[in-house]
Design a protein around this ligand. Structure first.
Ligand code: ZN
Ligand code: ZN
Length: 288
């Protein structure tokens, strides 16, 4: 049976459950360990780890960083990061500031298009997490500027749209280095979103990432087909990467994958946690 889920979001980013709620829910579901991996923030870790101690559930401190990657989406997970590392906190602050500035620029662009939105209105939407485009879309629907969320993205907010502002992202090297400096392990999340369908091309990319210091790859993800899992597992073995897995849980919303589920027929057991710990030990010894 599945014992671990190494990809979990909370209200600190765009999940619907607080860190403590997620931990209690994981315990209810019979898991032994989860990793809290919120987008660009570690604000949920303190609460999650505290609740984990109370519940007797291992909570791995994590983060999920967005990385600049043309024509695809690259997210890099950091596991066993030190939440007190000042270098990491500084870099996350840079992201927060960039996000705030981006929101102000989108407000300006929309104003230029005859759409009046105030920052305070964005804070009042039912969307979760840090303010971003979904909050804009909601507000635009509410104020009658667009028909629905999709309409807002299609006409204004989508990439290349008239109100779109490019998001600041770390480079691959930066993301991996930030995680390593915080004594963590860098793991490529949901590799299918890289959008590199050619196996040789994809393999070469993984080789490059390994050269840059990548420690693992999320082989088991609800979105991966059986064939993809097999392909990623083989590649992970070839490159000496830890094959991790997680549900990318965002809460119990309609059609969402439940915590600790979505690995198909794979028995996803605790030994991956042991493997990560051993890898971290080895990396820290190598650095010292
Ligand atoms: Zn992701
Ligand atoms: Zn995620």
């Amino acid at each position: 049976m599945t014992e671990v889920d190494l990809h979990v979001h909370t209200t600190a980013s765009d999940g619907t459950m607080s860190p403590a709620e997620v931990v209690r829910y994981a315990k209810e579901k019979g898991l032994r360990a989860i990793a809290i991996t919120d987008h660009d923030t570690i604000e949920g870790l303190h609460e999650g780890i505290g609740e984990g101690k109370k519940q007797g559930l291992e909570v791995i401190p994590g983060v999920e960083l967005s990385v600049d990657f043309p024509k695809g989406t690259m997210h890099v997970l950091g596991y066993y990061i030190d939440p007190t590392c000042t270098g990491l906190l500084d870099e996350l602050m840079v992201l927060q500031q960039a996000r705030a500035e981006r929101n102000l620029r989108m407000i300006e662009k929309l104003r230029g298009l005859g759409i009046e939105i105030e920052l305070s209105e964005l804070k009042e939407t039912p969307e979760h997490g840090q303010i971003g485009r979904p909050h804009f879309a909601h507000t635009m629907v509410k104020k009658g500027y667009v028909q629905n969320i999709q309409d807002a993205f299609d006409r204004y907010l989508g990439k290349g749209g008239p109100a779109y502002v490019e998001k600041f992202r770390f480079s691959q090297e930066e993301a991996i280095t930030i995680i390593h400096q915080a004594q963590g392990l860098a793991v490529l999340a949901h590799p299918f979103t890289l959008n590199r369908p050619d196996p040789a091309d994809f393999g070469a990319l993984i080789g490059e990432l390994k050269e840059k210091g990548l420690d693992g790859m999320e082989v088991y993800n609800p979105e991966h087909s059986k064939g993809q899992k097999k392909f990623y597992r083989t590649l992970a073995q070839q490159h000496g990467l830890v094959a991790t897995g997680g549900s990318d849980f965002h809460g119990l919303t309609k059609d969402a994958v439940d915590l600790g589920e979505g690995y198909g027929d794979t028995n996803y057991a605790y030994n991956v946690v042991e493997e990560l710990k051993a890898r971290r030990e080895a990396r820290l010894r190598g650095l010292s």
